[in-house]
Design a protein around this ligand. Structure first.
Ligand code: GLA
Length: 673
């Protein structure tokens, strides 16, 4: 199996870009770096099928054999994210159309419409040809379908597919009209033929329409994935199948929903903050992946699998892209990002890409083997990381500990994107990230879970901006508190139902009873506006007129029209406690509030003595635990901890000395926990 026997290490390998002499050097260097898994063929369609139905597999045969002979296993990709020029010319109706009605042309990648029958058929054909040829190749450990599903389209094929999807979701137009509130602005539909994709329009588009289009597109892409998966599975039942998730607000993919359809969740992660935010983004991405992996495993198997595997399929070896600028990762930072993913459950660390190409659009993207060759800092760090991955192999399969759960719901993010929201400054990802960052800085282990997932073992559940709450989601949170759990809800959660229709009677409609508050009015704040809080700190971005309906105020607004009104509240409900934040506190205040909420729920930081800037994550397997300590500061740090450092072999007691930017992974003695 792909994940057995330790951790995977490697990345995207593109031998089709190089002559065979370079392949031999590649494999020698891979061995030096202890690479044991590479993704091959991900953008190789035009080299695999240079003309319709004419396949040229000879080069791939040689590459797979060469890798296999050198004990390097392969995640064999289907190349369907980049159809060749001949395909686009032969099937112009498969080229995607933007919301403005512009048909795009061949010239980059991802230039296809996933609802176009000719594209889907061609994708199935090339995937079937690969399956036929390589299903029994001993080097193939994993199928890697496509690359980063996430493109969209507004062509006539899409319009027809959207109408079919809507008809099966709503049954009849009356139900659709009610869900989309089409009485507003004269949008009432009387014939299915009137319903189209949300193309560019004069002013604000219908929120329900936009939301359902995202859901539909997620399902359409999923169907494209599933049909490839099924034919690969039929050809090679023992080889697991995955696709690499791309994380980004533009992606019309509900990753939680997809998780049940992949054998292993795989993510690509490229932080875009070059300051300390990169480490916090890394932690959130990894925690999201772990949550999806568990969710998918539970849906597939029917029981909880705390250590469900997931894989970091792509990350950048040497760079962080910040607003178009490539910031070189400082020495040691690549390793710390990688270790953070492993600490948080990844079964390995993979990079985009193995060798930097001489040409092509991404010629300046970083690589394990840079343009300057292997005699470079980046390659030396890659070799050291490969050795570290081997030394860490015993952690593969251990569960990650967390006492706090944060909910993540793709649809809430999509709905909050609507330009008709009361503030243009709302971002779902920012709100989840702010809560996660506060917990990260306070040192609490945190899982990110899809709404509805089991909450046993979590002392505190955090719902940041969970804008859409179905009755079932509200009941899920309510039950958690009723049974004695603690809950912290932020502004804008529970305001709308699953169709993005506002729940009436005061916000947050779905959660008023459990929170013991009733919100009368929103007060979105301007960019330079803050509101002081009586207990210290400030509110940003948003404030509300909160009326107490059973809750007590933890702190109130000081000054302005909200002077004296509750800003943060607490409510006993059943056997538990529910907190409400009606504003976005500054980072330090948020951290303090979440620390109070977590501690009063009975949660403790992973490593109470760890100084600020040292990330601590604990994993636990049968009878053993491992403590990952990552020093993201530029100063040496001491952390009270004991055990054997897997990275150095040293026995540590009573404190570990971490060099600036250094890390330790301690196998803790059983008595230590
Ligand atoms: C994505 C893609 C890769 C590459 C990288 C660049 O993750 O999958 O092909 O384009 O981004 O960062």
């Amino acid at each position: 199996m792909w994940g057995d026997g330790g951790l995977r290490y490697g990345g995207d390998y593109n031998p089709e870009q190089w002559p065979a002499e370079v392949w031999r050097e590649d494999v020698a260097l891979m061995r030096r770096a202890r690479v044991n898994l590479v993704t091959v063929g991900v953008f190789a369609w035009s080299r695999l099928e240079p003309a319709p139905g004419r396949y040229t597999f000879d080069w791939l045969d040689r590459v797979l054999d060469l890798l296999h002979d050198n004990d390097i296993r392969v995640a064999l990709a289907t190349p369907t994210a980049s159809p060749p020029p001949w395909f686009s010319l032969a099937h112009p109706d498969s080229l995607p159309v933007t919301a403005d009605g512009v048909r795009l042309h061949h010239g980059s990648r991802d230039t296809y419409c996933a609802a176009a029958p000719a594209y889907r058929a061609a994708a199935r054909r090339v995937a079937a040809a690969l399956a036929d040829r390589y299903a029994h190749h001993p080097g193939v450990a994993l199928w890697h379908v496509h690359n980063e599903y996430g493109t969209t389209c507004h062509c006539a094929h899409t319009g027809r597919a959207f109408r079919r999807w809507l008809a099966s979701r709503y049954g009849d137009l009356d139900t659709l009209n009610a869900a989309w509130a089409t009485s507003f602005w004269s949008q009432h539909y009387t014939d299915w033929a009137q319903v189209d994709t949300p193309r560019a329009t004069q002013y604000l588009a219908n929120p329900g329409h936009l939301l359902d289009f995202r859901r539909f597109w997620s399902d359409t892409l999923l169907a494209a994935y599933v049909e490839q998966r099924d034919l690969l599975r039929a050809a090679a039942p023992a080889v697991p199948v995955t696709t690499n998730y791309v994380l980004g607000d533009w992606v019309p993919v509900d990753h939680a929903r997809w998780a049940a359809e992949v054998d292993v969740v795989a993510i690509d992660h490229y932080p875009d903050a070059s300051d300390g935010g990169a480490e916090e983004q890394t932690a959130l991405a990894a925690d999201l992946a772990r949550g999806w992996a568990r969710h998918g495993a539970r849906r597939r198997t029917g029981h909880a699998e705390r250590a469900a595997p997931w894989l970091l399929m792509e990350s950048a070896p040497g760079q962080i892209h910040t607003a178009g600028r490539m910031h070189a990762k400082e020495p040691g930072r690549m390793a710390r990002h990688s270790l953070s993913h492993v600490a948080r459950g990844s079964r390995g660390v993979m990079f985009f890409q193995w060798r930097a190409p001489a040409g092509g659009a991404e010629r300046f993207h970083s690589a394990l083997v840079p343009h300057a060759g292997p005699d470079t800092r980046v390659f030396r760090e890659a070799v050291a990381l490969g050795a570290a991955m081997e030394r860490l192999s015993e952690v593969a399969g251990a569960a990650v500990e967390a006492e706090v759960a944060i909910a993540w719901d793709a649809a809430s993010g999509w709905a909050l994107d609507h330009p008709g929201m009361p503030s243009p400054r709302l971002s779902y990802r920012d709100e989840v990230h702010a809560a996660h960052r506060a917990l990260w800085r306070a040192g609490f282990g945190c899982d990110v879970v899809p709404p509805g997932d089991p909450l046993d073992g979590y002392r505190l559940l955090v719902l940041p901006a969970l804008y859409l709450a179905s009755d079932a989601t509200a009941e899920w949170a309510r039950r958690h508190v009723h049974r004695g759990g603690h809950l912290l809800v932020t502004w804008l959660s529970g305001v709308a139902d699953e169709h993005a229709r506002v729940r009436l009677g005061g916000h947050p409609g779905a959660l008023r009873d459990v929170l013991g508050v009733r919100v009368e009015e929103f007060h979105p704040l301007a960019e330079d506006e803050t509101l002081p809080l009586r207990a210290g700190g400030t509110g940003h971005l948003w404030a509300e007129t909160v009326r107490l309906a059973g809750a007590t105020a933890v702190t109130s607004y000081a000054g302005g029209v909200l002077d004296g009104l509750p800003a943060v509240t607490r409510h006993r409900f059943g056997a538990g406690t529910a907190w409400y934040l009606s504003t976005r506190p500054d980072d330090a205040t948020y951290r303090r509030l979440l620390t109070d909420a977590a501690r009063s729920a009975g949660a403790a930081p992973v490593c109470p003595g760890a100084p600020a800037g040292v990330e601590a994550v604990r994993r636990r397997g049968a009878g053993t635990s491992w403590l990952f300590l990552l020093n993201h500061t530029d100063r040496p740090q001491r952390v009270p901890a004991a055990g054997v450092d897997l990275l150095t072999g040293a026995t540590i007691d009573p404190e570990v000395h971490l060099p600036a930017g250094g890390a330790a992974v301690l196998r803790e003695a059983a008595a230590d926990h």
